[in-house]
Design a protein around this ligand. Structure first.
Ligand code: ZN
Length: 405
């Protein structure tokens, strides 16, 4: 997948491809007091995120990096309290808006075809609470897993809108004509959305739960999402289940692309009949999500929810180790430095969301945040992420001496 930064620069040369806009279409209003924090923004990180090829040993092929953020939520991580906090009226209001606006009432995507806006996927904390406890509430898993499922579902729906954005920009780069801003308004139905696009986005969301990795594989999660959310949504949205399988999904995506092409000025001159359209979506690349920024809307205050901590690191490269750490590492036995070396390699390549690492927030300090890493059943490491974006291994030891229960 090409860099969106580069694509955007080139689109500026195509007259009418990118437009100025103040308010993105369909955006759910956020409160003025809501703080928006970028959870993931490759553009801010630069282009050099570590790739998986760095894992050299025969530890099978490493799993794909997924966007699996670290959450720490208020009320001592007590899920029951969270539901109470969101309140019956607010919950009912959210439920009603989903019936009208589909999933995009809970999260939304802002296109990079608009100037003057921070593009990317927006996910409010209140939506995570709503989905986790009103849709995934009865699932046989803990509260944190429910929140992660909620995040995954919303992220994957909105990510399809990013894919469509990418598809239209590929068409623009090939034809040198505007497509996104011209075709979009014409393809929208009376409800103000493109039915096939929403159908595909909901199908992508369902796929992501059906084929969820590791700890996010929870029995009945798919069924709950289908019955409690997808079926309650407007036409198009609720037809997602029809194209969950790969073949019909790709077929419909190609039809959607044809629709977008049909409204390009001087369409007949383009001769797009035999184009291969599916590759234009960029979804053949498993890590395509890394190219799309994700922003968390901290609307806790407005909904009476205690403040949340949400963070994500694509990869963690340990920059330094304290003397105390180095000394203790050797004392713990010959195998421990080896385990640490292996953990470092996984932190840098697959990233800290690799389940075996048990990467979690330990505590905040004035100079940064301390995270805990699991080396085996017994040994834990504490690493500090400081204000200058440096990672320091602080301490290592048996889980009891490290303060883990
Ligand atoms: Zn949508």
């Amino acid at each position: 997948m090409k860099s969106i930064n580069h694509i955007r620069k080139e689109l500026e040369d195509i007259s009418g491809a990118i437009i100025d806009i103040d308010i993105p279409p369909n955006e759910v209003p956020t409160g003025a007091e809501d703080e928006v924090v970028s959870l993931w923004n490759k553009e801010m990180l630069g282009e050099n995120t570590n790739d998986l090829s760095q894992v050299t040993e025969k530890e099978q092929s490493p799993p794909d990096r997924i966007l699996d953020p670290i959450f720490e939520y208020g009320a001592e991580n007590n899920p029951d309290q969270l539901v109470k906090n969101l309140g019956k009226d607010e919950t009912e209001k959210i439920r009603k808006s989903i019936e009208v606006k589909g999933i995009d009432a809970l999260a939304w995507y802002v296109s990079y075809h608009y100037r003057g806006l921070q593009w990317g996927i927006y996910i409010p904390i209140s939506s995570l609470v709503f989905l986790a406890y009103n849709v995934f509430g009865s699932l046989p898993c803990n509260g944190l897993t429910k929140i992660k499922l909620a995040f995954r579902a919303l992220h994957q729906h909105e990510l399809f809108h990013f894919s469509t954005d990418y598809m239209t920009s590929q068409i623009e780069l090939i034809t040198r004509k505007p497509c996104h801003v011209i075709s979009r308004p014409k393809l929208k139905n009376n409800g103000g959305y493109i039915a096939w696009e929403e159908q595909l986005a909901n199908a992508a969301m369902l796929q992501s739960i059906l084929y969820a990795p590791g700890t996010l594989k929870v029995p009945n999660a798919y069924k709950q999402l289908l019955v409690a959310i997808v079926k309650q949504q407007p036409a198009g949205y609720r037809d997602g289940p029809k194209v969950v399988k790969t073949k019909p999904f790709i077929k419909l995506a190609e039809k959607l692309a044809q629709d977008f092409i049909a409204y390009i000025p001087d369409y007949e001159l383009i001769h797009a009949d035999n184009w291969e359209l599916w590759p234009l979506y960029g979804r053949y690349e498993r890590l395509h999500w890394e190219n799309c920024p994700v922003h968390i809307i901290h609307d806790e205050k407005r909904f009476g929810i205690a403040p949340w901590f949400v963070d994500y690191f694509g990869s963690v490269a340990i920059n330094q180790e304290t003397d105390e750490f180095k000394k203790r590492l050797l004392e713990l036995g010959k195998h421990v430095p080896k385990l640490w070396k292996k953990a470092c390699r996984f932190l840098a390549s697959v990233g800290p969301s690799y389940p075996g690492l048990g990467f979690e927030k330990w505590r905040s300090r004035p100079d940064g945040t301390v995270y805990s890493v699991r080396l085996n059943d017994d040994i834990r490491v504490h690493v500090l992420y400081d204000k200058s974006s440096m990672w320091t291994a602080l301490k290592v030891g048996h889980h009891k001496e490290m303060g883990h229960g």
